[in-house]
Ligand binder design. Structure first.
Ligand code: SF4
Ligand code: SF4
Length: 746
């Protein structure tokens, strides 16, 4: 049974609000028109005394909804927090009304009154979220045991969690096992160091909280954060089932296939080797003191960027190869002190303290650095190689003769299959193969490592070049699968120190997921949100829009197409709510009804009053905060636009647009995050989906015989807040030219 709502309205006249708006008149709108039982104005609402007054009113008047009109909700969020059964809404009277519009003006007052009506409608049509309760397993599954996997496992165990560490090989350590030494990781950054892999393996294997399973592949993972059901295949035959709470994928990177580097002589000449082959030579301690690959070493050339930063191969920098060649140059200095060492580079990239190491190697005898592009590599006399180099620092071509050539070949993530290697740099569309065919409920387009039983594919979706993606500015650790983190060089090319830092980050993020799931709370970007989507499935038509559009794979579906929510996977973006044509998905505090009632509460002046009304849906992640920042800068803009914050532009259901147009709004603006390759959408696909839905909106406009200019979608990042006045003013001018909505007053 729905609980009766009792709303208290508290308006602040401080911070210049009272000098711009008639707060007493505003209060009368609350008490007389909206009939709220308590409506008060205070000159300093955030004072201890006034907050205490609100607390007492809540208790004495049995208020269960509170509307605060004052500063933006981005300020003093802890001050205006009351008990969990009291729903609070904040109106930005300061940033979005008083500071952004002409003081004591009729339009400014009307704007404030509409925002008050909208807020009261909002709290009356929503409920405090009741968190779901689930039994949550706290075990961390780490897949892959290279430096990132070992470090993540130890970090999670040190934090008190049980850990299961799986490794596909019969030995822990990954690629690092092949390394003789690593580039320096400690001050003074001058000497190569022995890899600490054996030490880390010993720590992991002796840690009581860590269960190690080798020769193990993941056969299947189903479930959700807090309850992932994992089936392991061990020694290629024995199956083992376990339940874990979160997953860290630390499956690393692999060297770029040198067979694709035939133009640099690999595969044609046996004294052209890769840096990992040279590493193994030193690691294995060859008994031949004079030869590498059977050849005497009087000279050796390292070719940097072999396959990296090259549109024909890997367009990105592989990050670690320069430091690696510097380190290997020192191996040569030690073992073949008379050998001439050439390092042929396009740019030496030795970030941070690696620069100290670079300087130290520059000062070594017999080490020659040559900037240029390798344009040819051929056999010379005595079995040596002749390397032709163009675009050198002096501008002329040179030729270097060398006994051995080492290709510093780049790295590709273990999640990459058949993309860059096929010569196609475009990422495969999620759930599709590279040629655009629908993958059979799998990530045929990517590597099968986790074998998730998710409707949207078996593995972490990746961006270009096969790296699992994340919001590159705000959430660099995140993947599109809640509770599954990528750590180390699977996530991007990185050196050993960065892999370790990354592993700690992933372990901490993974543990946060467990604790949030225990309390029914969302993780980023709506961290702590306890609302979740509820589906009124009796009216579901199994259209599959929600299951297809959820960017986080939250919704599986039954054979008929009915959504099967996995709530701890959910990020609470509301994109499913925006997608559902039947309007049967809602959150306790965010629903079709809530926004519709806000739209209905806005007063639409008659046409002859010549006061147009426009509605703007602003994404709460970048666009809505931008509006506050614009207000704080006292930027002035058109007062005839009413703004509704939304969880994501993808959560805008087109019914709201249709409703608003039939109510007589003259224009509708949607402002959200940027989409495309370098997307900034906090829910990955939300603003892109909203843009796709604009086609239906334009269809609707045609049916209503309304001009296409009346609905417009714009993307904005938070640092573009200075564009807000221009966007609002230009839209208002465009609508002015189009003229009033003919449905006004109908
Ligand atoms: S709210 Fe977002 S993450 Fe959750 S089910 Fe809906 S679309 Fe998926
Ligand atoms: S979008 Fe709505 S109607 Fe379609 S499958 Fe999902 S819940 Fe059912």
């Amino acid at each position: 049974m729905a609980i009766e709502t009792k709303v208290g309205v508290y308006l602040c006249s401080g911070c210049g609000i009272g000098e711009s708006i008639n707060c007493e008149q505003l209060s009368q709108v609350a008490s007389k028109e909206c009939k709220v039982p308590v409506s008060k104005v205070s000159p300093w609402l955030c004072s201890e005394e006034n907050v205490e007054m609100i607390r007492k009113d809540i208790e004495n008047e049995k208020l269960n909804r509170v509307v605060i009109g004052g500063c933006s909700s981005r300020f003093l969020s802890d001050v205006f927090k009351f008990n969990e059964n009291v729903l609070v809404d904040r109106i930005s009277l300061r940033e979005q009304v008083a500071w952004a519009h002409k003081p004591n003006d009729e339009d400014t007052q009307m704007l404030a009154e509409d925002y008050l009506r909208m807020s009261i409608a909002k709290v009356r049509n929503s409920e405090p979220p009741v968190p779901f309760e689930k039994n949550i397993n706290e075990t961390v599954l780490v897949v892959g045991s290279g430096i990132a996997g070992l470090t993540s496992a130890l970090a999670a165990a040190d934090a008190g969690n049980s850990v299961v560490l799986t490794e596909k090989e019969d030995k822990l350590g990954g690629w690092l096992n092949k390394f003789y030494k690593v580039a320096p990781t400690h001050y003074p950054y001058l000497e190569p160091e022995l890899p600490e892999v054996d030490n880390l393996i010993a720590k992991v294997e002796s840690n009581e909280k860590i269960k190690v399973i080798k020769s193990c592949l993941i056969e299947k993972i189903s479930g959700e954060p807090g309850n992932f059901n994992v089936t392991l295949k061990i020694n290629n035959l024995q199956m083992e089932d376990l339940t874990v709470g979160v997953i860290i994928q630390a499956t690393g990177a692999k060297p770029y296939d040198p067979n694709k580097l035939g133009d640099l002589g690999y595969g044609k000449f046996d004294n052209v080797i890769t840096s990992i082959q040279l590493e193994e030579y030193f690691k294995n301690g060859s008994s031949d003191q004079k030869a590498i690959n059977g050849k005497p070493v009087k000279s050796i050339a390292f070719l940097q960027c072999a396959g990296s930063r090259d549109e024909k191969h890997l367009p990105y920098c592989s990050s670690d190869c320069c430091s690696n060649s510097l380190k290997q140059a020192l191996y040569i200095r030690e073992k073949f002190p008379d050998a001439l060492i050439y390092i042929i580079y396009r740019d030496m990239r030795t970030p941070a303290q690696h620069e100290l190491f670079y300087k130290r190697v520059q000062n070594e005898d017999n080490v020659f650095f040559t900037k240029g592009d390798v344009v040819g590599i051929n056999k010379g006399g005595n079995g040596s190689m002749l390397i032709d180099i163009d675009n050198t620092l002096l501008g002329n071509k040179i030729q270097i003769e060398s006994d051995v050539v080492v290709l510093a070949n780049g790295m590709v993530p273990s999640t990459l299959v058949g993309k860059i290697e096929s010569g196609n740099n475009e990422p495969a569309e999620e759930g599709k193969t590279l040629d655009g065919k629908k993958a059979a409920a799998s990530a045929e387009a990517g590597a099968k490592i986790l074998n998730l039983t998710y409707r949207q594919g078996t593995d972490l979706p990746t961006l270009k070049y096969g790296f699992p993606d994340s919001h590159y500015i705000c959430f660099p650790y995140e993947t599109r699968r809640t509770g599954i983190y990528a750590a180390g060089s699977v996530r991007g090319p990185m050196d050993i120190t960065s892999c370790k830092t990354d592993a700690y980050g992933a372990a901490l993020k993974a543990i946060q997921v467990i604790y949030n799931a225990k309390q029914g709370k969302a993780v980023h970007p709506r961290s702590g949100d306890q609302s979740y989507p509820e589906f009124f499935l009796q009216r579901c038509t199994q259209c599959k829009r929600c299951t297809e559009e959820c960017p986080f794979g939250t919704l599986d579906e039954d054979v008929k197409g009915t959504p099967l929510p996995n709530l701890t996977r959910c990020r609470r973006c509301g994109i499913c709510l925006g997608a559902c044509p039947e309007r049967i998905i809602s959150f306790k505090d965010y629903s079709i009804n809530m926004i519709s009632s806000m739209i209905k509460s806005i007063e639409i002046p008659d046409e002859d009053e010549e006061k147009p009304r426009m509605l703007a849906f602003l994404c709460e992640n970048d666009a809505y905060p931008s509006l506050d920042i614009a207000g704080r800068n006292h930027f002035q803009y058109n007062p005839n636009i009413r703004v509704i914050p939304v969880r994501c532009l993808g959560s805008v259901n087109t019914v709201w647009i249709a409703d608003a147009l039939s109510r007589g709004f003259d224009g509708i603006l949607l402002i959200g995050c940027k989409y495309g390759d370098d997307y900034q959408c906090h829910f990955i696909k939300g603003s892109e989906l909203a843009n796709k839905r604009m086609e239906n909106v334009q269809e609707k406009l045609k049916q209503l015989v309304l001009e296409p200019e009346r609905v417009k979608l714009i993307t904005l990042s938070i640092d573009e807040y200075e564009k807000i006045p221009q966007i609002f003013n230009e839209f208002a001018e465009e609508i002015d030219e189009v003229g009033p909505n003919p449905y006004k007053g109908m």
